[in-house]
Design a protein around this ligand. Structure first.
Ligand code: GAL
Length: 333
């Protein structure tokens, strides 16, 4: 958790960056951004901040879609390096396979910032100009547990058979992704210490994707006994929560606040679609994965390194450990 002072520093830093961005500087930095997939709604929203003039005024930004293809990613990055880019920002296709990307950046003495998809510490630490910016996903899991537990305390009949045991479904993102792992660790840790006992009925791996979640969850609830015993749903992101809600709505569930058939579900990201699901009362809450702050920090790192300054907790207003930074979440309900 961030101390109050650190939180303040981060807010101050982000507003100072916005102000300095408005006063367009003569020294424009050329930076290139590579995204693993435009089909991912959260990444699409994140990419929009690299086009926001109030954020990128000091930069000349190129944005590229790697389309989930590692070879395409590597050749796009090599090309940017030959065109004298001053900063590579990568949302890598496979975070467990980034050694060659780090090597080519290191050879060109170019800073490389990974965003959202985390390489190993070992890979990052192999180059002093390699950093990672992401989110504090353990906190997201903790918050999901707290919000859901509060829901059951406020709606005692949501424990359908009143046995004090809450049966839940877990909808998971990509298996090796740090956010899937940490969100679920944070969720389990926090559920373990609640007065209600939480028991997992099913885990569905839907790789962050609406359609995969919709199909697999529809199959699961096609069995009436499954639907009858399910008491709540935790989803690793909003897109998959959207697919699950679609499947529930086809069965007459989660159609709005006054609907008697309701299974509380909570997501992560607070994308614009996620916020709509909360506003309509289909989903109880989401946790804001702060893409704007992550984008601003990635750019700040590139400029610090280009100015020969050090990248640390002091210069960024957020704890930096093993060349990694984790932006906190906030609750949207
Ligand atoms: C997560 C986000 C997911 C998905 C994933 C891609 O942080 O919650 O929705 O975008 O990143 O790496």
């Amino acid at each position: 958790m961030l101390s109050r002072a650190k939180k303040f520093c981060l807010t101050a830093l982000l507003s100072a960056m916005a102000i300095s961005a408005q006063e367009a500087s003569a020294q424009t930095i050329k930076a290139d951004v590579f995204l693993y997939s435009y089909n991912d709604p959260f990444i699409k929203e994140l990419s929009s901040y690299y086009k926001d003039p109030s954020i990128v005024a000091d930069f000349k930004i190129g944005i590229y879609n790697s389309s989930q293809d590692m070879l395409a990613e590597q050749s796009l990055i090599s090309r940017a390096l030959t065109k004298k880019t001053q900063g590579i920002i990568v949302n890598p296709v496979d975070a467990n396979n980034v050694k060659s990307l780090i090597e080519i950046a290191k050879k060109a003495d170019c800073p490389i910032v990974f965003i959202n998809r985390k390489p190993s510490d070992e890979d990052l630490l192999s180059y002093d100009k390699a950093f990672f910016v992401g989110s504090n996903s353990k906190l997201a899991g903790n918050l999901q547990a707290d919000i859901m537990d509060r829901y059951f305390k406020e709606h005692t009949d949501a424990d359908k058979n009143g046995d004090g045991v809450i049966h839940y479904a877990l909808i998971e993102g990509e298996v090796n992704h740090q956010d899937t792992i940490q969100r679920n660790l944070g969720l389990n840790d926090a559920l373990e210490v609640k007065a209600y006992k939480y028991e997992k009925d099913v885990s569905i791996v839907a790789n962050w994707d609406y359609n995969q979640a919709y199909k697999q969850f529809s199959n699961y609830i096609a069995n009436p006994a499954h639907l009858a015993s399910l008491e709540c749903i935790f989803s690793n992101n909003d897109a998959m929560a959207g697919g699950v809600i679609h499947a529930l709505q086809e069965k007459g569930y989660n159609l709005g606040q006054n609907n008697e058939k309701y299974i509380p579900i909570i997501g992560v990201d607070a994308t614009s679609n996620g916020k709509t699901l909360v506003d309509k009362g289909y989903m109880i809450a989401s946790l804001k994965n702060d893409a704007r702050a992550q984008v601003m920090l990635s750019l700040k790192i590139i400029s610090l390194l280009n100015e020969g300054k050090s990248v640390d907790s002091e210069s960024l207003g957020l704890n930096v450990s093993s060349q990694s930074l984790y932006v906190p979440y906030s609750v949207i309900e």
